[in-house]
Structures are given as C-alpha cells and as structure tokens.
Ligand binder design. Structure first.
Ligand code: TRP
Length: 335
C-alpha cells in the first residue's frame, strides 16, 4: 500500500480552514482503505519560527492531536506521531544538508514568502534552521518513504525541494535508496477569513476554531465582514462580496443558500438574522466534532497513549530507512 505523509506545525489549534483545506481530505483518504497514512505533528519544524516559545509548541502538540481525533482521524488506521521523538529525522536532515545549496533554499518561494512575513522575528538575517526547514521536511517525508503528499499550493515548492534532494541522494549514494514523493494538490480552495482576508489564521484573528464554544462562534460570525454598502435591512445587497454568504456556501444547504442570495439582492433579509442563521449552522456542523473532542479533553491519558504508540510505530519505519541510508553512505561501521 502506498504511504501518505502529511503534517502540521503545532503552533495553534486547528480551524475550519484546516478542516476544508486538509483534514477532510485526510479522513477521506484514510477511510478509502487504499493507503497507509502517517500524520506528523511537526514540533521541530514549529520551533524554527517559535524557538523563543517552547511552551506554545508543547501545548499545541496535544491540541492538534485532539483536533485530528475529533474530526475522525482514526489511530487504528492512521499513524499519528511526534516529530521530535524520531531522532532519525534529525540525522537525515544533517545528511541531506550537503545536497542542497543555500542559494536554492533562498530561492524556494515558500521560504521566501515566509521570511518576508517574519521580519519581526528574524530582523535582517534569517536563522540557519528556518532557511533549512525544507531540508528537514524532506527528511520527514523520506524517513517514512512517503509516496503521496496531499498538500495545498503553498507547500508544493517544499515537495519539489524534497524530490530534488532525493534525486541527488540517489545519484550519489545509490539508485532507489530513497523514494521520490509526489505532491497531490488539494482541490479545495483555501478558506478565507471572517474579515475577507485570503487566509484564515491565528495571527490574523479571523478564524473559527474547531474547538470554539457556541458563544465564541456566534460572536465571531456577528463580526464577519458584509457588503459595506448595505446599511439598512431593505438596502439592496451584494452577497457575492459578503463573507456571511461565503460561509453559507460551506455550512448551509443549497436551498438556504439560494434563499439567502435572493433575499439579500432584493433587500429582504437583515444581516443580523442572516448571521444568526449561519452561526446556528456552523454550531450544528461542529457539534459532533466537539463532542468527540470533549471525550479526549476528559481523557488526556488516552491522547498520550495514541501519540506514544503512533510514534513507536513510526520510529520503527524510520529506523529501517536509516539502516539503508547508512549502508548506502558507508556509515555502517559497527552494530
Ligand atoms: N510544512 C507543513 C506546514 O507548515 C507541515 C509539515 C511538516 C509537512 N512536515 C511535513 C507537510 C511533511 C507535509 C509533509 O503545514
């Protein structure tokens, strides 16, 4: 069976953008029974831009694990593991660092964009660790012989970088030692934030989290950006520039969406009522997810057990890869 590898940096809880962007796909692929999925909680990668905040990373490892479990990632089918507990990933990162130039990393579009966004943290000069995180991500993928990497567009350059490292490695140390992964681009568009920003994110304060309380959801929906030209209830509105309508399309049924669109354009629907309807639908949608999460909140020892067992299983695979790599690199001096 082909192995799928995905992962997230544990820098915050997961939100509905993650749900539509990647979690839903992971659950579907898991349940198809056609693959062997691994999910990495990338705490080492999270430290590359949160080295000054280890508490945040530590806390979010368990939060992200609970997010996975609550949306239907099943630890019987998917191996969930913690990156820092697999030392082979760090070892591979060192070996691969000889196979990639600094100029190539500086040209990586994902890294370039992120460095520009992180001026506050890095100032004029970025750390060696952050510049090199694509090398570490190549180690994540190849340690488990990940073949299919379902990602959003923003991650594609990282997979391409991994493929280059694999080809270089194999050309020097032996054809077929490392497996070349393939990116599988997610068809779902990136979900916009409540404020209309192209990206939903914690730092932007425009996200609805899978674990938000009903009151938080209602409050956030009430703050969503609507058509600015619509002031009174009977003003003619343009739902196509309204974030409330945008979310209706994700959370409300077709009939409700049509009704919303029509009434808004005719000035027959108030924004407050429209938002109320939407927040009720989001609350309803998240209900089973939150119920599952409440179970894991009450049983933290079970979350820890799942992470421990998943990590043990992943470690076995990584050790096998390491054995092959060390043989190929002539680093197998003694047992
Ligand atoms: N870079 C990914 C992100 O920020 C997380 C990640 C780490 C990852 N290792 C991975 C994704 C391996 C796919 C494969 O979301």
């Amino acid at each position: 069976m082909k192995r799928i590898l995905t992962g997230d940096r544990p820098t915050g809880k997961l939100h509905i953008g993650h749900y539509f962007g990647s979690l839903q796909t992971r659950v579907k692929l898991q349940n198809s029974g056609e693959y062997e999925p691994f999910i990495e909680i990338a705490d080492v990668q999270a430290l590359t831009d949160n080295f000054n905040n280890p508490e945040k990373v530590r806390k979010n490892v368990r939060e992200v694990a609970k997010d996975y479990l609550s949306v239907g990632i099943d630890p019987e089918k998917t191996t969930i593991f913690v990156q820092s507990m697999i030392p082979e990933i760090a070892e591979l990162t060192v070996f691969y660092s000889n196979l990639v130039t600094i100029a190539r990393l500086e040209r990586n579009p994902t890294v370039k964009t992120e460095i520009a966004q992180k001026k506050d943290l890095f100032g004029e000069s970025v750390t060696y660790g952050f510049l090199g995180y694509p090398v570490s991500q190549a180690a994540d993928i190849t340690a488990f012989e990940g073949e299919i990497i379902p990602v959003g567009e923003d991650q594609e350059p990282l997979i391409e970088q991994c493929r280059e490292i694999v080809r270089k490695f194999n050309s020097i140390y032996g054809e077929g030692i490392l497996k070349e992964p393939k990116a599988e681009l997610s068809k779902s568009a990136r979900i916009k934030g409540l404020d209309g920003n192209d990206k939903m994110g914690k730092s932007l304060g425009n996200a609805i989290y899978l674990s938000d309380s009903d009151d938080e959801i209602t409050k956030k929906v009430m703050s969503a950006v609507t058509d600015p030209n619509r002031i009174r209830k009977d003003d003619i509105g343009n739902p196509d520039i309204c974030m409330v309508y945008y979310y209706h399309k994700l959370f409300s049924n077709e009939e409700a969406c049509k009704k919303c669109h029509k009434e808004c354009m005719a000035g027959e629907r108030g924004c407050v009522a429209c938002k109320k309807e939407l927040s009720n639908n989001i609350i309803e949608f998240l209900k089973p997810i939150k119920e599952k999460r409440a179970y894991y909140d009450a049983h933290p020892e079970e979350v820890d057990r799942i992470l421990r067992e998943g990590t043990e299983k992943a470690r076995k695979v990584a050790k096998e890869t390491m054995k092959k790599v060390k043989e190929a690199m002539m680093l197998n001096y003694f047992e």
